[in-house]
Design a protein around this ligand. Sequence first.
Ligand code: F6P
Length: 739
Amino acid sequence: MRFLVRLLGGIWIATLVVTGGFAYLEVQDERAKLSQDLQRRAALAGDAVREAAEPLVARGARGGFERVLKRFARPDRGIAIYDEFGSVLAASVDVKPFLGPVLPQVSEAIQKNAAARQLVSLGGRTTWVHVVPLQRDDRPVGAAAVFLDAQYLESSEWSLWRRTAVRLGVLILLLSGITAILVRWSVTRPIARMAEWTKQLKSGHPVALPPDADASLFGSLAMEVTGLARTLARARSAAEHEARLRLHGESVWTEERLKQFVQMRFDDRRIYVVSNREPVSHVREGRTIREIQPASGLVTALEPIMLACGGVWIAHGSGNADFEVGDRLGVPSTDPAYTLRRIWLTADEENGYYYGFANEGLWPLCHIVHERPLFRAGDFEHYRRVNEKFARALLDEMAGADAPIVLVQDYHFALLPAMVKRERPDARLALFWHIPWPNFEAFGICPWQDEILTGMLGADLIGFHTQFHCNNFLETVERTIEGRVEWDRFAVVRGQHTTHVQPFPISVASEPGDGPPRSRASLLAELGSPADLLGVGVERVDYTKGLPERFRAIRRFFERWPEYRGRLVFVQLAAPSRTRIPRYQELQQEIRDAVRKINEELGDRDWRPIIYRDWHHDHQEIRAYYRASDFCMVTSLHDGMNLVAKEFIAARDDDDGVLVLSRFTGASGELRDALLVNPYDIEDMAEAIRLAVELPPEERRARMHRMRAQVREQNIYRWAGRLLAELARIPEPTHIEPR
Ligand code: F6P
């Protein structure tokens, strides 16, 4: 309130000074104009009277004066004629009573033989007096005076001040009203909402996201408060989580435990992550820049580790506004926990390394999806150069750091481990391969298999999701390059260097939910669907994910069980991916056509069986769908792990919901309570959908409960803890043999 009064006081004073100042100048101007006009009129009248009276006075012909008065006097203009001593010879009636013995202006005009003028008060009224000498042979023989009423000068001045006062009053009222409303809407209310939100946060109840504050108004303060509140909320929920676990005697890995573990095992040694995909991208939307988290299982998994341990994450800056934001930034922007170092790639590098060798070559090579890999020498050359570029950046970042810990991610960087290890043998280097590893025959079609394998074996530790992929890898090494594979301890020895190969099934953070879930009814209402049952799928549009097969199964389900038409809707959140690759463009078209056809053939005016949303959705939105749906479908034709399956389970803090899961995902090895399907078997999948909506609630809950326990225990902190523990066990710094 005091702030408002001060603000309004300031506005009032400013308005008063400005309006008053301008009014003063206006009054002066008006007054000057009016008095000029008055003087001009008086001078004209004076000349005219002089012309008529001069001969009469010169001749002493008094009889003519009355005629002069009659001719020139008016109600607002008095006339007087004087002799050479300044005595009145004749005067018009309205001024006559007020003319004293001698008017000073008259004496002055006669003495100086020149016109005299002045503003005087005559009979209580302001009057302009203009006196001209009457001459004979150029000598003054008398004078003629003109009296013009000048009272209106004052009254017009006053009316101007009055108008100004009214204007000022209205202006002050309006400004005060508008300011009060603006302050209420833009300052008081947001602050009150923020305060209420902070209060709820303090009370320990689950709360939704903080209300948006106007960044242009509160700027960095709002960001800091929000960041601080989020950190507090995270810290509190982590502490509660820890306490709960201790109470139940559970030894689950948590963010805090990982933090402590890293400090104990590695002291102050820094962690460096290298991946192609960055944890946050900046994209330009009109005049603003938005921060998004790319759709990537890798990011979902690695981000909690970096939040817990800090360090440097080196990744390709691929957002269209990344360059504007910069190549080194603290993440998250609201409360930085680690540093993102962005690497810029030219269009040719990106095409050859990412779209070409990594995603048209290695990606189909490693997935059994009957998609022929494309190997081009130019692409491999770019792949090698980009690996070098990242290696150089990593070496720069690590300069001065003692025995750094490096976690290299995925098939984009098969050559990097050897490049780095050669320069920094003291670094502890792990490479985690997020996709499957094929059998040695399949891998053998890669023209650069030797380079790939020797590059990877620069790492001290190579991780895959499953033992099966580890075995495939070791067999590939054994049959392809020189070196000793020690099957008893799953290691490859080449010269002095040993690489350990182990399975580390990746997972998600599995943390308590953030705020109450959105109701299914409100989600469906927003989608405009009359259905009451909801299925969901969340994928990048990729041919490994089995989307066409899934939609065929949905069609089959509605054909076999038509009673569900109008009652069930399947929402597919599909993030566009690798869209420059022709195969991905074809797939997008194929899927859109398939969805349209199914909707046309099975749907009606109100109900569509499939709602296809092919754009980026953020974590909050995806979580809302996970939590509101009856079932989630993951139907990959082949998948290293698949974190959508685990994210869905982690989101279901109501212990409800059914997971339909492809048996060709790594996740199916752990989540045995999912409804496991063969995505190539359409009847099998249709049957699984029916089961998903018809499972008795107790069984549904029991299955979800067991899966949640599994995901809670085998979470991402445990994954990171195990991987780092293995890395720490590796004895002395080793050096790699020159090739
Ligand atoms: O599965 C391999 C992988 O790199 C994942 O880690 C990630 O989810 C996905 O591919 C992302 O692909 P991209 O980075 O090409 O969009």
